[in-house]
Design a protein around this ligand. Structure first.
Ligand code: NDP
Length: 248
C-alpha cells in the first residue's frame, strides 16, 4: 500500500461524507491528519477517535470557511498543530443547493461561491508558507463542472471556477515543487446527494454512468491517495474524473 508515513495532511470537511472517507484513508496510509469541520464537531471528533484507536495521529480543527476570515483562522489552527510543515491539503469542504435559474437566490449563490471558491483560494494563500517542497494540494470539483446535470448551474459554476484555479495554482506553484490537482466525482451517496438514496435518484444516476452502481465515499479515496502520494509526482494541473464513467 502507498505510504504517507511522516506526512501531515489537512482535509477540509473531514467531518462527514467524502471528506470523512478521505481523512480515514490518508490516516490509514500513515499520515497525521487534521480533520476539519464547521457545523459538525461531534462527527469530526468521531473521525479523530476512529483514527487514533487504529493507532494513527489526528486532531480536529474547526472553522467556517464561508466567512471571510475562516481560512485565516483555520490556517492559524493548523500551524499551531503541525508547525511549519504541511504535505497534503485536501480542499474538500463544499455546499450545494439545487435551483432552476429562475429560483436561484442571491444568498445561496453567494454562500456557494464563498464556501466552494473563496474559502479554498484563501486557505491555499494562508497555508503557502508551510506547504513544503513536494507537497500536494487536491481540490474536490465535480462532474457538474463539465456536464449539465440537474438544476445545478450556480453550484456547477463554483466547481468550474475551482477547475480554473487548479490550472493557475499548478502553474504558479510548480516552481516551488508544489503540485495542485483536482478530483471530479460524479454522484456520491452522501448528505449532499440525498437524492441518490431515492429510487428516482438512483435510476437517474445509473442512467448516466457506465458502471452500474451508486458510488459511496470510499469509491473516491483511492484517487485522492494517488494524488496525495509520490506515485503521482509528475502529475500537476490535472483533474481526474472519479465518476464511474458518467456522461461519457
Ligand atoms: P457533505 O454534505 O456530506 O459534507 C460536506 C462537508 O463540507 C462537511 O464535512 C461540512 O462540514 C463541510 N462544510 C460545509 N459547509 C462548510 C462551511 N461553511 N465551512 C467549512 N466546512 C463546511 O458533502 P460531500 O461529502 O458529498 O461533498 C464533499 C465535496 O465533494 C464537496 O466539495 C462537494 O461539492 C463535492 N462533490 C460531491 C458530490 C456528491 O455527489 N456527493 C459529487 C461531486 C462533488 P460540517 O458538517 O462540519 O459543517
Amino acid at each position: 500500500m502507498t505510504s504517507l508515513s511522516g506526512k501531515t495532511a489537512l482535509v477540509t470537511g473531514g467531518s462527514r461524507g467524502i471528506g470523512r472517507a478521505i481523512a480515514l484513508t490518508l490516516a490509514k496510509a500513515g499520515a497525521q491528519v487534521l480533520v476539519h469541520y464547521s457545523a459538525s464537531p461531534k462527527e469530526a471528533n468521531a473521525v479523530v477517535a476512529e483514527i487514533t484507536q487504529a493507532g494513527g495521529r489526528a486532531s480536529a480543527v474547526g472553522a467556517d470557511l464561508g466567512t471571510a476570515d475562516g481560512p485565516h483562522k483555520l490556517a492559524a489552527a493548523v500551524r499551531s498543530i503541525v508547525g511549519d510543515r504541511l504535505d497534503i491539503l485536501v480542499n474538500n469542504a463544499g455546499v450545494s443547493t439545487a435551483a432552476t435559474i429562475e429560483d436561484q437566490t442571491i444568498a445561496e449563490f453567494d454562500t456557494m461561491f464563498d464556501v466552494n471558491v473563496r474559502g479554498p483560494y484563501f486557505l491555499v494563500q494562508q497555508l503557502l508558507p508551510i506547504l513544503c517542497k513536494g507537497s500536494s494540494v487536491i481540490f474536490t470539483t465535480s462532474l457538474a463542472a463539465r456536464s449539465a446535470v440537474g438544476n445545478l448551474s450556480a453550484y456547477a459554476a463554483t466547481k468550474g471556477a475551482t477547475e480554473t484555479l487548479v490550472k493557475h495554482f499548478a502553474a504558479a506553484l510548480g516552481p516551488r515543487d508544489i503540485r495542485v490537482n483536482a478530483i471530479a466525482p460524479g454522484v456520491v451517496e452522501t448528505d449532499m446527494s440525498k437524492f441518490a438514496r431515492t429510487d428516482e435518484g438512483r435510476q437517474f444516476t445509473l442512467g448516466m454512468q457506465a458502471l452500474k452502481r451508486v458510488a459511496q465515499p470510499d469509491d473516491i479515496t483511492g484517487a485522492v491517495l494517488f494524488l496525495a502520494s509520490d506515485d503521482s509526482h509528475w502529475v500537476t494541473g490535472a483533474s481526474l474524473a472519479v465518476d464511474g464513467g458518467s456522461k461519457l
